[in-house]
Unconditional design. Structure first.
Length: 253
């Protein structure tokens, strides 16, 4: 019972933070970047499993390397971020499949929240709050830069620094999310709540608040279903989120 409560706490905090981040990523037309970075985390998860470490730690370390490479390539080449993410993504995916132990492959791909401890739940809550605060700080600047990069610079906004913080927030959130839904599905945890909120919102405030709410509800009900029917929590969370999205199409504004 305790593990279930810890899983629920982790899911609620991670779901809310990923929903908020997703609202920004969807606005910047970078929704699929979260999905790609989930696969970038795979080699780190494989190393963590081999060394007996927590998969979120392994994922975050490797994501930091991936984010640094993407940021560096972006400065050097001026290519779109999503294109550079794609390059790092496919290389990481190939490495990941080579080093992830076969018995733990399903856990890496779809997550496993059944063994979340109090310490892990507490860490998930703290890091989710910190990531939320970081995103909240850069949110207006990123929206302005999305409208006009030149206008943002004229306002004194350091766009390269903001982009790095933004990518770092994505990396940290993906590292937390892989524990809940796995590397294969973490992109959906970022994308679907924000897409649902966009269908129902009239303004920006409703949009990002709705993204947070649907992220929380998706994880809450998905983990409840996991408790009562026993299927893997990761796919159930994503299917719950998809259900909310389909309902939102009926009431789309």
């Amino acid at each position: 019972m305790e593990n279930f409560l810890f899983s629920l706490i982790s899911g609620i905090f991670i779901g809310g933070a990923t929903g908020y981040l997703g609202s920004l990523m969807l606005t910047k037309r970078m929704a699929l970047v979260g999905d790609a970075l989930g696969h970038v985390a795979l080699p780190g998860m494989g190393l963590a499993l081999l060394l007996g470490l927590d998969v979120s730690f392994g994922a975050f370390v490797f994501l930091l390397l991936g984010i640094f490479l993407i940021w560096l390539f972006e400065i050097r080449t001026s290519m779109p971020t999503e294109a550079l993410v794609g390059v790092v993504f496919v290389a990481s995916l190939a490495i990941g499949f080579l080093i992830v132990p076969e018995p733990e492959l399903l856990e890496a791909l779809f997550g496993d929240i059944s063994e979340i401890s109090f310490i892990m739940a507490l860490a998930s809550a703290i890091f989710s709050i910190l990531i939320f605060l970081a995103i909240n700080r850069i949110y207006p600047n990123m929206i302005l830069a999305n409208i006009s990069d030149d206008l943002a610079r004229s306002e004194g906004i350091k766009t390269k620094k903001q982009n790095f913080i933004y990518l770092l927030s994505i990396a940290a959130m993906v590292a937390l999310g892989v524990k809940v839904v796995g590397s294969l599905l973490v992109g959906a945890l970022v994308i679907i709540p924000a897409a649902t909120a966009r269908n129902l919102s009239k303004n920006l405030k409703q949009y990002y608040l709705g993204s947070i709410i649907f992220g929380v509800l998706s994880c809450f009900f998905g983990i409840l279903l996991f408790k009562f029917i026993g299927f893997s929590a990761g796919p159930l969370i994503i299917l719950t989120s998809t259900f909310f999205f389909l309902i939102s199409l009926i009431f789309k504004r």
